[in-house]
Design a protein around this ligand. Structure first.
Ligand SMILES: Nc1ncnc2c1ncn2[C@@H]1O[C@H](COP(=O)(O)OP(=O)(O)O)[C@@H](O)[C@H]1O
Ligand SMILES: O=c1ccn([C@@H]2O[C@H](COP(=O)(O)OP(=O)(O)O)[C@@H](O)[C@H]2O)c(=O)[nH]1
Ligand SMILES: [Mg+2]
Length: 192
């Protein structure tokens, strides 16, 4: 019996439906959903010493240094007790994230696969602009920067996992329940 944490990374452009689909997977498979973006927003609101730095990165669509994000993820994993595994939503987003994760977490986790939610940019942007969660980065200027960061820094991480045969892609420019039906099959086939 391995006592490594089981992990599935969930990546895709902003607005592709990562949070929406993770909520459904969590409910039906008992994996715990950890959104790196949500953890960073909570850290920022908690008057952390990193609050200003996090806020600037979020508004500019750039990526927070991995030491901060990885520590938040590891703490959340330790705090969540026994579970079927973790859905890590929106991380690793660049090479620095991947390097920091490999250095600190590689021997504590079993990464099962990366769920890649693919969606056309114009659909993603309009979903974010209509999301109405009061986010500082759901405006046209921040979204342009976020899409640029996604294309230049995050997509190469998906390609890295693709070369390892660890990507499961699901197209998300469809109704939420149609998308979830495909995702459910993938998790069942992976033994969850
Ligand atoms: N398949 C879908 N069809 C239409 N709207 C969706 C779909 N999936 C998510 N949304 C909506 O799009 C917005 C962004 O979804 P979210 O799950 O927050 O994406 P992400 O975490 O990838 O940025 C939310 O308002 C959500 O309700
Ligand atoms: O590992 C992460 C995850 C998120 N972010 C920051 O948080 C923002 C919002 O991320 P989130 O995943 O919440 O956005 P989404 O893709 O869900 O729209 C990103 O643009 C980054 O600035 C980051 O720096 N590192
Ligand atoms: Mg999200």
């Amino acid at each position: 019996m391995s006592n490594l944490y089981k992990v599935v990374f969930v990546l895709g452009p902003p607005g592709s439906g990562k949070g929406t689909q993770c909520a459904l997977i969590q409910k039906n498979f008992g994996l715990v959903h950890l959104s790196a973006g949500d953890l960073l927003r909570e850290e920022q609101e908690s008057k952390s010493q990193y609050g200003q730095l996090i806020a600037e990165h979020i508004r500019n669509g750039t990526i927070v240094p991995v030491a901060i994000t990885c520590a938040l993820l590891e703490n959340a994993m330790k705090a969540s007790g026994d579970c079927a595994g973790f859905l890590i939503d929106g991380f690793p987003r660049n090479q620095d994230n991947l390097d920091g994760w490999q250095k600190n977490m590689a021997d504590k986790v079993d990464v099962k696969f990366t769920l890649y939610l693919s969606c056309k940019v114009d659909v993603c942007v309009s979903r974010c602009l209509n999301r109405k969660q009061g986010r500082a980065d759901d405006n046209e200027e921040s979204l342009r920067k976020r899409i640029h960061t996604y294309n230049t820094q995050t997509y190469p991480i998906i390609e890295y996992y693709e070369k390892l045969g660890l990507v499961r892609e699901v197209a998300t420019c469809r109704d939420t329940d149609e998308v979830y039906t495909d995702i459910e099959k993938i998790f069942k086939e992976a033994g969850f």
